[in-house]
Design a binder for this molecule. Structure first.
Ligand SMILES: CCCCCCCC/C=C\CCCCCCCCCCCCCC(=O)SCCNC(=O)CCNC(=O)[C@H](O)C(C)(C)COP(=O)(O)OP(=O)(O)OC[C@H]1O[C@@H](n2cnc3c(N)ncnc32)[C@H](O)[C@@H]1OP(=O)(O)O
Ligand SMILES: Cc1cc2nc3c(=O)[nH]c(=O)nc-3n(C[C@H](O)[C@H](O)[C@H](O)COP(=O)(O)OP(=O)(O)OC[C@H]3O[C@@H](n4cnc5c(N)ncnc54)[C@H](O)[C@@H]3O)c2cc1C
Length: 673
């Protein structure tokens, strides 16, 4: 493996673990990267960006003041852009966006928290690609890709994030001057949260209610210059600043923005879908009404990959540490075991490895689906958009939620040392927990998927065709049930039955409530706990099915031992979730109490089978130490030496006696304070 320039010799515990591993680690790396070519490309970019050590901080980021942290992050963002500039110019279409994943991964070596340029690449650029006409792209893209301007995406307001139709910022067209007048009528209409808005960006995409000829046409997107390109001063009519300290993202200068009758040219409305003509005539999009929400769909797709990557980091750290750490003495006169040998520790960690694989493959599949839908839409066909919206919504919701819990589980599995910032785990956690909220809150997105599922159920009942991911509903409404057999295929089938059963219960509840006199909205509202459960069950079935099928497809030509370990992980994922949902299985499938006991036995066997390959499996994520930022997770496993080296960096250790001794402690102890 092209691991890191280790300055320390590799810990013998990890040497032994690596010798035990019975599969070809590089083969698994290729699977996770989507092929050998991608691995080579990734490694090349990582080398360009990291080999010279430019990412290194003179003082550890965590000991800087908030202002210094931000300034250091801007410095490094500019440096990063300079180093990877060639790679950046490749983003000339959404189809090239998978390269983003490589850059994003490399950028982690530079930032323990986040780059203030994140939204430039993560939302400003894709919105220009997805929402601008060809002429608009020709004007904006070169400036964006060359970092001549830096932008962000300002949608959320102080008063509204989820409910986009409730946004209050207005963009009123003035045909006299052919300009839009942007205005923030209330405090709650202030734009709030956009990354990089506080101090970094000079442009942003603003989502505002469009008024022309006295009529409101709903939210539309506008490119707005907010700071002077030369002096960086906010332009007249713009009020902009940073929103303050947060749980994480502290190097991202999330900001607020308000407009006082601020004018922008007509051409700055993003006009790929809807247009305002010079005389103020509004031209409606002739296809789907929600096309302006396109960037959110793209970013939801990206986020599935994003959290899979972060989980890979967390479980690399926790698994390597667990191989090095020894604790307790279950058998008298025997050495303390590696904590990785405890079954409960394997239970905490191996599901993280399996989930990272499942989500990585599900995200690659979703990415393909996204591109297929985009290609249909280019031809004017938006038929598959509702399914894409439903899929990207539930996959974003479930993956961010699962990964948030599993990263915390990785921290628990590292005991006290996991609580140290230098373990890397707190930063990973505070970054990932935000993904559950931004780009559509967990509950909200699952309720979007539930809308789609309820409609699909009604279509299945009526005998009209349904889309591919909900085909299982047809069998369910026909009354056909598959007896429980405990095979991987059987478990997936039962997950589909759980999903169908849950959707059916929701439909019944809504109908019952409506027949007792409630409106559809009230009946829906009272059923939302069940609806969220149904969407979650559907998504679990989709992930499980995709994971199993993709592994079978990809490993068809793999070596035997790679195939075996990959299948073990798929089975572990399926057994873990089946055991987690025994209530649903008992309710909706033909499983018996004895079958549940067998599932448990099989699950425990899988843990034992995977155990010798655990370190090999996390090595296969091929995460350079520079990207991990972890004293517990480095390739050499020199956990204690690294923890001590980190402790010595604390500013409090730079002097034998702190001045507080003379100011407070001594007078207190001597009763003189
Ligand atoms: C330059 C180099 C620097 C390099 C530095 C790199 C550093 C890299 C380091 C790390 C990288 C990390 C990578 C991270 C990934 C990318 C980065 C992104 C960072 C993002 C930060 C966060 C940004 C934001 O949060 S932006 C704000 C997002 N806001 C939301 O998501 C709001 C959620 N709300 C909604 O989506 C909607 O309002 C709603 C869906 C809840 C409801 O909308 P509505 O009221 O208008 O609709 P209805 O409920 O009435 O539904 C009507 C109808 O429409 C359908 N619908 C709804 N939405 C969509 C859609 N999007 N597409 C299609 N259809 C949709 C809905 O289903 C209904 O259909 P029916 O048929 O049922 O009527
Ligand atoms: C780190 C971070 C970065 C961000 N970056 C950006 C950015 O760059 N640009 C940008 O525009 N925005 C950004 N956001 C904002 C983000 O998109 C919103 O916070 C998010 O969409 C949730 O909206 P909200 O904050 O209004 O929550 P709310 O909608 O107020 O949600 C609060 C609670 O109410 C519940 N709730 C709300 N409506 C309903 C309903 N109809 N049914 C049931 N429950 C409901 C939610 O489930 C949630 O539990 C960022 C947020 C964070 C945390």
């Amino acid at each position: 493996m092209s691991q890191n320039k280790t300055i320390m010799e590799v810990n013998q515990e990890l040497v032994k673990e690596r010798a035990k591993c019975n599969f070809n680690v590089l083969e698994v790396t290729h699977i996770l990267d989507g092929g050998e070519k991608n691995t080579l490309h990734r490694k090349k970019i990582e080398s360009i960006a990291l080999d010279e050590g430019a990412y290194k901080d003179p003082i550890p980021e965590e000991y800087l003041s908030p202002k210094e942290k931000y300034e250091n992050a801007v410095r490094k963002s500019c440096l990063f852009c300079k180093i990877v500039k060639n790679a950046l110019t490749e983003f000339t279409g959404l189809e090239h966006f998978s390269n983003f994943f490589v850059l994003r991964r490399t950028a982690d070596a530079f930032f323990k928290e986040i780059s203030p340029f994140l939204l430039h690449l993560g939302m400003f650029l894709p919105t220009i690609l997805g929402q601008c006409t060809t002429e608009q792209q020709a004007y904006w893209l070169p400036r964006v890709l060359d970092i001549q301007i830096i932008g962000t995406y300002a949608q959320t307001e102080l008063g509204h994030g989820t409910f986009i139709r409730g946004l209050e910022t207005t963009a009123t067209y003035d045909p006299e001057t052919e300009e839009f007048v942007l205005h923030s009528p209330t405090l709650t209409s202030y734009k709030w949260w956009a990354g990089g808005l506080g101090k970094t960006v000079n442009y942003c995409i603003v989502v505002a209610q469009l008024y022309t000829k006295g009529v409101c046409h709903g939210t539309h997107l506008f490119i707005v210059q907010i700071r002077d390109e030369e002096t960086h001063m906010p332009l007249p009519g713009i009020k902009v600043g940073e929103i303050g300290a947060k749980m994480g993202f502290n190097t991202a200068d999330n900001g607020y923005l308000a407009f006082d009758h601020y004018r922008i040219p007509r051409q700055n409305m993003m006009m790929k879908n809807a247009q305002v003509l010079k005389d103020g005539t509004y031209v409606k999009p002739d296809s789907h009404g929600k096309l302006t929400y396109g960037t959110m769909v793209l970013v939801r797709v990206i986020l599935v990959n994003e959290v899979a990557f972060n989980l890979a980091k967390a479980c690399t750290i926790a698994t390597r540490y667990s191989a090095v750490r020894r604790q307790s003495q279950p058998k008298p006169n025997e050495p303390e075991p590696q904590i990785l040998d405890y079954t409960t520790q394997q239970h905490k960690l191996f599901i993280c490895i399996a989930t990272a694989h499942a989500l990585q493959l599900a995200s690659a599949w979703l990415w393909k689906t996204f591109n297929a839908v985009m290609s249909d839409m280019k031809k004017g066909n938006t038929d598959s958009l509702p399914e894409l919206h439903a899929l990207s919504s539930c996959l974003k919701a479930l993956s961010t939620s699962d990964v948030t819990s599993l990263i915390e589980q990785c921290r628990y599995s590292c005991g006290g040392h996991g609580y140290m910032l230098c373990s890397g785990l707190p930063n990973i956690y505070s970054f990932v927990t935000a993904t559950r909220t931004y780009e559509g809150d967990y509950t909200i997105l699952l309720l979007q998927t539930a809308r789609f599922l309820v409609k699909a159920y009604e279509q299945a009942e009526a005998g009209t065709p349904v889309t591919p991911t909900v085909l299982y509903l047809i069998e369910f409404v026909s009354g056909k049930r598959t007896p429980w057999d405990g095979s991987p295929e059987g478990i997936i089938k039962s997950f589909q039955e759980i999903a169908a059963g849950n959707i059916s219960s929701c439909v019944k509840s809504i109908r019952n409530r409506m027949s007792s006199g409630l409106s559809f909205e009230d009946a829906w509202e009272l059923t939302t706990i069940q609806l969220v459960g149904a969407a979650e069950a559907h998504c679990r079935a989709v992930i499980s099915d995709t994971y199993k099928k993709e592994i079978a497809r990809i490993t068809a030509s793999s070596s035997t031992n790679v195939k075996i370990v990959m299948e073990q992980l798929v089975n572990l994922y399926l057994h873990y979730w089946a055991l987690n949902r025994t209530g649903d299985l008992l309710r909706y499938s033909s499983i018996s109490g004895e079958d549940v006991a067998n599932l448990q036995m099989k699950y425990e066997e899988l843990l034992t089978l995977i155990r010798p390959n655990a370190v090999g499996l996390v090595d296969a994520f091929d995460l350079r130490d520079e990207i991990l930022h972890s004293a517990l997770g480095s390739y050499d496993g020199q956990v204690y030496k690294r923890l001590f080296a980190e402790a010595l960096k604390s500013p409090l250790n730079q002097e034998p006696v702190n001045e507080t001794f003379h100011k407070y402690l001594k007078p207190t102890m001597q009763g003189k304070l």
